[in-house]
Design a protein around this ligand. Sequence first.
Ligand SMILES: Nc1ncnc2c1ncn2[C@@H]1O[C@H](COP(=O)(O)OP(=O)(O)OP(=O)(O)O)[C@@H](O)[C@H]1O
Length: 267
Amino acid sequence: MPLIEFQNVSFAYGETPVLRDISLQIEAGQLVAIMGGSGSGKTTLLKLIGGQIRAHSGKVLVDGVDVGALSETALYQLRRKLGMLFQFGALFTDLSVFDNVAFPLRERTDLPESMIRDLVLMKLHAVGLRGAAHAMPQELSGGMARRVALARAIALDPQVMLYDEPFTGLDPISLATVGKLIRELNDALGTASIVVTHDVAESLAIVDRVYFLADGQLVAQGSPAEVRASQHPFVQQFINAQADGPLPFHKPAPAYAADLGLQGGVE
Ligand SMILES: Nc1ncnc2c1ncn2[C@@H]1O[C@H](COP(=O)(O)OP(=O)(O)OP(=O)(O)O)[C@@H](O)[C@H]1O
């Protein structure tokens, strides 16, 4: 059974459709990337998995459970299975690295402090930062802070990991380190993981599959090898970072002359 499944999911904010008829399946151990232009609905897709919003039609299943049908209490339980790393998922600045990672364990479990200590050190070890346990967030580089946030996200051994732009703002070395960690943690924990990213090269190096979203629809998908070889115009536009293509540079607008209030003007 897939850990994440979208069955013909559609969603709109008010009258504006954001996702249309999305179907996909992600198995345990799979790491996938969702790519698409700004506003194509990537973050919305993650919010449907976390239950922050509910599908207007179709179903979102996490570990076989229909997220849209859950009560608030049941959602709270479900979220225990999810780990999330967001671009701006900042660390608590007044807590040490250790206490940041311990936070979800203290909040969500009744484990004794001695066990929490072991778990925190294990998670920090997994991201290579056991040595920074007693540092404060202000003392960390951006890349280290992201790795601590990653350790915090996996504190409760999630079955599903959601990453929203995990590479943003990182230097090339930290970026490669975080990418490698995302892959390693996915494999070690056997999670189903989704990375929402603009970072084509980094994500192609680590993921099993890529889904391309445009205008709220899945327009292309494939393995990194298929994506690299694809002649699909959307895929090409992303891989080659072209400003214009199927995702247009210009947002649709009235004729220039009409916008300027000219009648019969020349465009
Ligand atoms: N709370 C909201 N209320 C109304 N419209 C929203 C809301 N959140 C997002 N939108 C709109 O929904 C569309 C999809 O947004 P979403 O954040 O999912 O896109 P995205 O692909 O993640 O974009 P980006 O790459 O820029 O983060 C956008 O047009 C956005 O303006």
